[in-house]
Design a protein around this ligand. Sequence first.
Ligand SMILES: N[C@@H](CCC(=O)N[C@@H](CSS)C(=O)NCC(=O)O)C(=O)O
Length: 246
Amino acid sequence: MSSSFPIGLIFRQLFERNSSTYTYMLADDESKEAVLIDPVLETVDRDIQVIKELGLTLIYGVNTHVHADHVTGTGELKKKVSSCRSVISRHSGASADLLTVEGDCIKFGKFALKVLSTPGHTDGCQTYVLDDNGKPVVAFTGDALLIRGCGRTDFQQGDAALLYDGVHSKILSLPPTTLLYPGHDYTGRTVTTVDEELKYNRRLTKSKEEFIDIMKNLNLDPPKQIDRSVPANLKCGVFDVPEVQK
Ligand SMILES: N[C@@H](CCC(=O)N[C@@H](CSS)C(=O)NCC(=O)O)C(=O)O
């Protein structure tokens, strides 16, 4: 059994293949107000087209955190869509039109995304939760929780202990049927649930001590676009986009 989206909610899961990033479009079918979670610079025109074709009005471009692997699309969206305002955590150190903290609600039409602070991958990481009649049914976890994994903690104020505590107390304590949509997937998976991750997450089912040890020894290469992405994303993408180094 899993939860389902509330009636009247329009939802699209969109993908950017270079960084394996998911962008999520949510909208209210009555007011037609739409939000994009984690838009990517390179796919802004596609996202605008989806929104246009569905007759929607984009009001927010929301960033779950300051990404290190791709440039956010929120700067470009603001240039191309006058109704769009950028959103990011107040604790991210980034500038944006709206700086959010735990407990805030990002409203679109009759719906709202409730903000949870889930730091550890970066200090400004946030998870957004959508309720149906007061019950959490869907959460967008950014890089805090990935399907069967989690965000790395070896740069950008990464802190494995903080990530472990936040993911367990804020995300994995949601109702077991809650659908979880991650910021990335590198193996083609699209969605999971709290129940599945409590059973099968390769890192977060371990003790906190084992988890910290695992995270210390991931030995991942740095993201290829880190030098370009972090400075750009600290301005929510409002800057002159430097060329990618080939
Ligand atoms: N190869 C990619 C970067 C892959 C990567 O490091 N992903 C991050 C999220 S984006 S900073 C991560 O946390 N991965 C966790 C994992 O276990 O893979 C690139 O060069 O962009």
